[in-house]
Design a protein around this ligand. Structure first.
Ligand code: NCD
Length: 286
């Protein structure tokens, strides 16, 4: 089985995955050799810290080993003119599972059929980032419960694959979603939109604020979000709200916000990425 889009996950499957992540999180020691002898390959055509390293950390913590190519655009034979299909087919002969990131939407899905082992989409351009969405959903569920929540998205709504995948998952739950937009961004039918300059009128009502950076590398002629989380705005948050961000952050989320109890991006959200990826790798490779 490949993991290419959040659309392939049913609610029961998600519940099972989250329970498994809970078990691993509560006692990681008992999982430290379960994938011994297995090899995870990572093939990244775009920069990454968290996705690649958390997959690699997950594999190592399950007792498996890794073959990593963090700069595939330069180091793989693609640079000599080889096709992506041949690169993937070749790499898949050496490994038991492949995590791949690529700048072109749908590219991971299109080459997965050339792999002899499960392929995990680690982000395909502006399209999807399914494992980030699973860890984000897990974080929201375990922090707040997925019931009658108000969730606000800020930042680059058009090009952020993490928002696209997370919104697609959240549409199945009893949540109200809001998009704080800059002029040219657009939302979907189940999402309420308002201009980001009005954020102070809404923020005090939100349970989750999910921020993203401006995706500068995805060149599109459109107005960038100018929203910055200031202390003035954070002071308006409910005490038990949470601020999330897939990271990396740029100017939109200054480090002065890190001390707020609502700020869970650097600790809980990042670590949850590893537990969820351990659970996924175990499900795929056991
Ligand atoms: C995100 C990504 O690569 O899409 N980062 C991540 O995987 N944690 C978000 C981003 O780069 O803005």
């Amino acid at each position: 089985m490949h993991i290419l889009t959040v659309k392939q996950f049913g609610e029961n499957q998600i519940d099972r995955l989250f329970s498994l992540a809970d078990s691993i999180r509560s006692c990681p020691m008992t999982w430290e050799n379960v994938l011994s002898g297995k090899v995870l390959g990572t093939l990244f055509f775009e920069p990454s810290m968290r996705t690649r390293q958390s997959f690699e950390a997950a594999m190592v913590r399950l007792g498996g080993r890794i073959l990593t190519e963090p700069n595939a655009a330069v180091n793989s034979s693609i640079a000599k003119g080889e096709s992506l299909e041949d690169t993937v087919q070749t790499f898949s002969q050496y490994i038991d599972c492949l995590v791949m990131r690529h700048p072109i939407a749908h590219s991971v899905m299109n080459v997965a059929k050339y792999s002899d082992v499960p392929v995990i989409n680690g982000g395909d351009g502006p399209n999807e980032h399914p494992t980030q969405a699973l860890l984000d959903l897990y974080t929201i569920d375990r922090e707040k419960g997925l019931n009658k929540l108000k969730i606000l998205f800020t930042g680059d709504l058009m090009c952020s694959r993490t928002i696209h995948s997370l919104v697609s998952l959240l549409e199945r739950y009893d949540v109200e979603m809001y998009l704080a937009t800059s002029a040219s961004d657009c939302g979907g039918p189940k999402i309420q939109m308002f201009h980001e300059s009005c954020i102070k009128d809404y923020i005090g009502d939100m349970d989750v604020v999910y921020m993203t950076r401006h995706q500068r590398e995805r060149v599109m002629k459109r107005q960038a979000s100018e929203f910055v989380m200031t202390c003035d705005i954070a002071d308006l948050l409910k005490k038990d709200a949470i601020i999330m961000h897939p990271l990396p952050r740029t100017g939109e989320l200054p480090s002065s916000i890190d001390a707020y109890p609502q700020a869970i991006y650097l600790k809980k959200q990042v670590k949850n990425g590893m537990w969820i990826r351990m659970a996924l790798l175990w499900e795929l490779l056991k």
